[in-house]
Design a protein around this ligand. Structure first.
Ligand code: SAM
Ligand code: SF4
Length: 331
């Protein structure tokens, strides 16, 4: 069976699956303050439907799966889904992105179900600012979640920090210093203009080069060779020597990585998105729910690949093209 190759000759081996559009936080950069209208129960794919689609994608060469949301840990039975996905032959990397708020309660089950690694979003080290950016979150819950995940042997743990000028940019150095003692990979992410209700303005965005420069005022960073840790993804990785952790930069705004994009996204309501920044989607749910054969679903997958753009173009226009807020897409 052929692999998943798009018209620009990129081989796709990474599937990000959003399992819910619900969330227990309301991060300012991700969703509007009034929240978003949520999918009804029957609108979202069941775990059986997700597993079926993931199985077909894996058969066609997907070997990396990330579970995301909304907040994936608010959907009941998520460990059961992880277990099913971990049993698909060919999945070599199964991970999750979470805000960590419920991780203390779930870390053990997730590990037992086969989850190997985690990305945890944490945009401030200051409890007051964390509450502000998440509109009400408790930072200590995230730290407890990180501790629990470590105790269960989940590794690596990556911390995602969306850097916003005038808000948490003053914490770049503190986050970097965290890697001196903690075996964490702190990844600084450029603030992306996604969704119509986004508070994004060009002046809120700090480029990865500026962030790196600030960190190097403390001490120069050693670049890590591609593949040295095997899990960099789109991040440029560095470290201070000696330090327990690593520092990464993800630059979708100032220096996009479209040329090497290997991703597909499946939204909670069964739409396949070939580009985070494009509203072109392929709805798989009608086929799934009308008793379609695997061959038909695979044909639809192939059709969807034709919509994958070569690159997403300049960021200023992105909000015009991508209407959905991030919480509906999955990051
Ligand atoms: N709720 C989970 C979490 O927060 O980790 C998973 C879903 S969240 C949409 C996935 C990732 O998208 C998070 O790391 C979040 O920081 C990131 N994200 C959301 N909106 C963003 C934006 N406008 N720019 C950059 N990253 C964003
Ligand atoms: Fe929820 Fe994650 Fe979006 Fe924050 S970034 S509102 S935690 S989905």
């Amino acid at each position: 069976m052929n692999g998943l190759v798009d018209p620009h000759n990129r081989r796709l081996n990474y599937l990000r699956i959003s399992i819910t559009d619900r969330c227990n936080l309301r991060c300012r950069y991700c969703m509007p303050k009034e929240g978003v209208s949520q999918f009804g129960h029957s609108e979202i794919l069941s775990y059986e439907e997700i597993t079926r689609l993931a199985g077909l994608a894996v058969k066609r060469g997907i070997d990396k799966i990330r579970i995301t949301g909304g907040e994936p840990l608010v959907r009941k039975g998520v460990s059961g889904l992880i277990q099913k996905l971990s049993l698909l032959p060919g999945v070599r990397d199964l991970s999750m992105t979470t805000n960590g708020v419920l991780l203390r309660e779930f870390a053990r089950d997730l590990r037992r179900a086969g989850l190997k690694r985690l990305n945890i979003s944490m945009d401030s080290l200051d409890p007051r600012k964390y509450r502000e950016i998440t509109r009400g979150g408790e930072l200590n819950r995230v730290w407890e979640g990180i501790e629990a995940a470590r105790r269960e042997g989940i590794h690596p743990i990556k911390i995602n920090v969306v850097v916003i000028a005038g808000f948490n940019e003053t914490e770049i150095e503190d986050f970097a210093r965290l890697t001196l003692k903690e075996p964490l990979q702190v990844r600084f992410i450029e603030f992306m203009p996604i969704g119509e209700g986004s508070e994004w303005k060009p002046e809120h965005c700090i480029s990865w080069r500026d962030m790196k420069e600030r960190i190097e005022r403390i001490s120069p960073l050693l670049p890590l060779a591609e593949g040295e840790n095997g899990h960099g993804g789109p991040a440029r990785l560095f470290k201070w020597v000696p330090s327990a952790g690593e520092i990464g930069f993800i630059s979708p705004v100032s220096d996009h990585f479209c040329g090497s994009c290997n991703r597909l996204r499946l939204t909670a309501d069964g739409k396949l998105r070939t580009c985070l920044f494009s509203d072109a989607v392929t709805d798989l749910k009608p086929l799934l729910r009308s008793g379609a054969a695997d061959d038909d679903l695979e044909k639809k997958l192939d059709e969807a690949l034709l919509t994958k753009p070569l690159h997403h173009g300049p960021m200023g226009g992105v909000m015009k093209r991508c209407h959905l807020p991030m919480v509906k897409i999955g990051g």
